[in-house]
Design a protein. Structure first.
Length: 280
């Protein structure tokens, strides 16, 4: 592979990458920014459903290119254009206070909701009206860690490709199918038709998560619906679920934040769905 050349701060490529901070431009170009070595490494290894490499372009400081030479090689192997850039260029394009020296430009990678249903998922996280990008990315990371098959962001939720969402996912965005812009009613009905039980997570839920686990009702395909950080799930969304489940608070904490509650719920389902080990 050839040695990357130093790019000018006035380059049209830098200007185009900078504009991806805006949602309307991301939507028009169907491109987004991934920052840092973990996200860029995952992007370089990722291919879309059509086999197209996800990473198209990479900006790296000289120091980062030397430190992460294997990532530079992977990006070039994926066919991405690699540019060396000074710290001012990285700061101009980056959405963080302290850029980590690598910024990738990637194709959108969300999956059609229909393809998620066709795969007969066993564990799905549905984000309904989740507005905070950091929370959305963190829930996606939790879903990935718990072994979920997919994540669905409803049409009232934050943009999946918001730079804060991408950073908070810490590369998990590239690991599992994510559908975006699905009305919550369509998401619930589609999953139910695919044989998935719908559980709404709510601190005021009628059913207790511990009781659900003790009753052995969580071993089948399950979708968890998580609501807004501030006001939870509206009554009309709760009414769509097969059960509204609360995470029990055994101590004196007032409540759990969205990402923590999501991690507890998803791991509870993952554990319940695991085949029992023989003790004989």
């Amino acid at each position: 592979m050839g040695t990357p050349e130093l790019i000018s701060p006035r380059s049209p490529r830098v200007a185009a990458a900078r504009r991806l901070a805006r949602r309307n431009f991301r939507g028009k170009e169907r491109m987004f920014i991934a920052e840092g070595p973990q996200a860029v490494r995952e992007a370089a290894d990722h291919r879309g459903s059509d086999g197209r490499p996800t990473l198209t372009e990479l900006f790296a400081t000289v120091e980062a290119a030397e430190r992460y030479a294997s990532i530079i090689d992977a990006a070039q192997d994926a066919g991405a254009r690699v540019h060396l850039a000074d710290s001012e260029v990285l700061a101009d394009v980056s959405q963080t206070v302290t850029p980590q020296g690598l910024i990738g430009v990637c194709h959108f990678l969300d999956s059609p909701f229909e393809s998620i249903l066709a795969a007969r998922p066993k564990l799905v996280a549905v984000l309904a009206n989740v507005r905070d990008p950091g929370n959305a990315g963190t829930v996606l990371r939790c879903a990935d860690a718990a072994g979920a098959d997919a994540v669905v962001l409803t049409d009232a939720s934050v943009d999946l490709y918001n730079p804060k969402s991408v950073r908070a996912s810490v590369g998990s965005l590239f690991h599992l199918p994510v559908a975006v812009g699905v009305p919550v009613e369509q998401a619930v009905q589609g999953l139910r038709d695919a044989g998935v039980r719908i559980l709404a997570a709510d601190g005021a839920g009628e059913d207790d998560l511990d009781d659900e686990l003790d009753a052995g009702t969580m071993g089948g395909p399950t979708a968890w619906v998580f609501g807004n950080e501030a006001w939870g799930l509206p009554e009309e969304t709760r009414a769509l679920a097969d059960a509204v489940v609360r995470v029990p608070i055994h101590g004196k904490a007032e409540s759990l934040n969205l990402a923590t509650a999501a991690a507890v719920c998803l791991y509870a389902s993952a554990r319940a769905q695991r085949p029992r080990r023989s003790t004989g």
